[in-house]
Design a protein around this ligand. Structure first.
Ligand code: SAH
Length: 213
C-alpha cells in the first residue's frame, strides 16, 4: 500500500471536518493531515480511511474514530519530549499521532495478534515508540513511571488505581470511563494525593479488559 496525493487531499478534508467539530490544536491537526491512516487499517477499508469513523481491525477490536483520537490527544496537552503511556496500542494510529507530536511513547496491547502485527507495522513505517509492550495495561508500567500523561484508548469500567499512581505531579490521565458507553474523563494530578477531575462528552469504546493475559 502507498500514500498518494489523493490520500493527502482526503486527510486535509478530514482535518477540516475535525475543525468543524471543535478540534483547535494546530499540532493535532497537523498530525491528522500527515499520518496515512489508511496504512493502519485493513486494505478492504482503505477507501473509507478518511471518514470520521471507527473501523474494525484484527481480533474484534477497532481503530478509534479520528475525532476521538484528536479529542483525547488535545486533552493530553502533549509537549515535545513528554513521556506518555498509551494503554491499547490497537492499530497503532493513536501511537503515530503521539509520535508526530514528538512524545516519547510507551504503548501496551493485550491482544497478541494485534501486538505482533502493529509492532511489525511500526518497524516498516519507521515509527519508533520507546517501548511496544505485550501485556495488561491495567497495571500500567511501574518500571518506567512516572509519566507526563497517560492515555487509555479502551472503555474502562473503573479508573485503574495503578494509572493514577504512575502520573507525575501536574500529569494528565485521559480515560473513557463507563460500561456500555463512556464519559471522557481527564484527571490532573495536583499533588501526591489530590486529583482534579473534568468530564467531557459521551463516547463508545471497546472494553478495557483486566487480568486477561
Ligand atoms: N488506539 C487504538 C485503539 C484500539 S481499540 C487505535 O486507534 O487503533 C482498544 C485496544 O485496547 C484494543 O486493541 C484492545 O485489545 C486493547 N486493550 C483492552 N484492554 C487492554 C488492557 N488491559 N491492556 C492493554 N490493552 C488493552
Amino acid at each position: 500500500m502507498k500514500d498518494t496525493l489523493k490520500h493527502r487531499g482526503m486527510r486535509n478534508k478530514l482535518a477540516e471536518v475535525l475543525v468543524d467539530k471543535g478540534i483547535t490544536s494546530p499540532q493535532v491537526l497537523s498530525a491528522i493531515k500527515t499520518i496515512p491512516r489508511h496504512l493502519f487499517m485493513d486494505s478492504s477499508f482503505e477507501g473509507h480511511a478518511y471518514q470520521d469513523k471507527a473501523f474494525p481491525i484484527a481480533a474484534d477490536q477497532t481503530i478509534s474514530q479520528p475525532y476521538t483520537v484528536a479529542f483525547q490527544t488535545q486533552l493530553l496537552g502533549v509537549r515535545a519530549g513528554h513521556k506518555i503511556l498509551e494503554i491499547g496500542t490497537g492499530s497503532g494510529y493513536q501511537t503515530a499521532v503521539l509520535l508526530h507530536l514528538k512524545a516519547k511513547v510507551y504503548t501496551i496491547e493485550r491482544q497478541q495478534e494485534l501486538f505482533k502485527k502493529t509492532k511489525l507495522l511500526f518497524g516498516k513505517m519507521g515509527y519508533r515508540p520507546k517501548k511496544t509492550i505485550f501485556g495488561d495495561g491495567y497495571k500500567g508500567l511501574p518500571e518506567d513511571a512516572p509519566f507526563d500523561s497517560i492515555i487509555v484508548t479502551a472503555g474502562a469500567p473503573e479508573v485503574p488505581k495503578a494509572l493514577m499512581s504512575q502520573l507525575k505531579i501536574g500529569g494528565r490521565l485521559v480515560i473513557p470511563v463507563g460500561i456500555d458507553d463512556q464519559i471522557m474523563t481527564l484527571y490532573i494530578r495536583k499533588s501526591e494525593k489530590e486529583f482534579e477531575m473534568h468530564q467531557y462528552g459521551s463516547f463508545r469504546f471497546v472494553p478495557l479488559l483486566e487480568n486477561k493475559n
